[in-house]
Design a protein around this ligand. Structure first.
Ligand code: DHB
Ligand code: FE
Length: 284
């Protein structure tokens, strides 16, 4: 039987890709952020997950404002990253696992979710940066990827509860997969940030701390705010926490915090990295 071993949660600021390309990990500006990945590297080396299920938001690469799915699940044999104008390129393509993707799609549709099914899908910095951060020295990717994109960009946005429930349905689908793969889930983006307008640079340490404190022990506390509340609290891109909420929903065992790092700012963003462990399966 497959097993969800844990969840990695991290910001996906594109500038991190530039820092990686230039080898700036020890630079005083970047070091406090990159250091937060040491526990993630140790854990991945020990756990060696076979599958990565990554909840992220597309910023206009594969989907644009003319056709924006609320939830989209990749079912391709491989996925390419393309530069969307941030100057980051050259990432290795990610091997897919279409048979698991279709199992997830079948199960969540059976549970009355309506995802867009993508047999071709480009993935943007919101997936590529976290993967580079988590597996920095990989000559080839040691996992197969199921990418799941959530609309955090164009109103109306899904509610935090809908994202959590969707994540739980994905978690149930993973638990019912008959393979014996070890799975890690990922939620990318956040924490508080706003890139445009009069509030550009907005950061809310209190709300970010509330999210990090509750992510492992009481994720449903994050559902008390609407998506619009979150835009007000955390900024118009801070609402990327919806990806974290969905990924946390997929972890249905007893969940504990393994590591946490919070550093302000990286670019315009309150940068956070968390690793949660998922200890046992709950069948329900
Ligand atoms: C930044 C943050 C993001 O989440 C993003 O998608 C693009 C840019 C930033 O802080 O620069
Ligand atoms: Fe983003």
């Amino acid at each position: 039987m497959s097993e969800i071993a844990g969840g990695i949660f991290t910001s996906h600021v594109p500038g991190i890709g530039q820092a990686i390309a230039k080898g700036l990990q020890q630079d005083p500006y970047w070091k406090p952020f990159f250091d937060g990945f040491h526990p993630v590297h140790e854990w991945l080396k020990r756990e060696k997950p076979d599958v990565l299920v990554c909840f992220y938001n597309d910023h206009g690469l594969n989907f644009f404002l003319d056709a924006m799915p609320t939830f989209a699940i990749g079912a391709a044999g491989s996925y390419r990253h393309e530069d969307e104008g941030w100057g980051i390129s050259g990432y290795k393509p990610y091997p897919g696992m279409p048979e698991l993707s279709w199992h997830i799609i079948n199960e969540v549709v059976r549970e009355e979710f309506d995802p867009t099914m993508c047999q071709k899908m480009l993935v943007d910095h919101a997936l590529a940066i976290p993967v580079e951060l988590a597996w920095p020295d990989a000559e080839s990717w040691p996992f197969k990827l199921v990418p799941i994109a959530i609309n955090t960009v164009q109103f109306p946005l899904p509610s935090p509860k809908r994202c959590f429930d969707f994540g739980r349905a994905v978690g149930r689908a993973l638990e019912s997969w008959e393979g014996d793969e070890k799975i890690v889930v990922m939620g990318t983006g956040g924490l508080s940030h706003q890139l445009e307008g009069q509030r550009a640079g907005h950061i809310n340490i209190e709300y970010d701390t509330f999210c990090m404190d509750n992510l492992s022990r009481d994720p449903e506390a994050l559902l008390q705010h609407s998506s619009l509340d979150i835009v007000e609290l955390a900024g118009s891109q801070g609402v990327e926490i919806l990806n974290w909420i969905a990924a946390r929903g997929a972890m249905r065992g007893s969940v504990t915090e393994y590591s946490r790092n919070y550093h302000i700012p990286i670019s315009n963003t309150a940068a956070a990295t968390m690793l949660l462990e998922n200890h046992e399966k709950v069948i329900a």
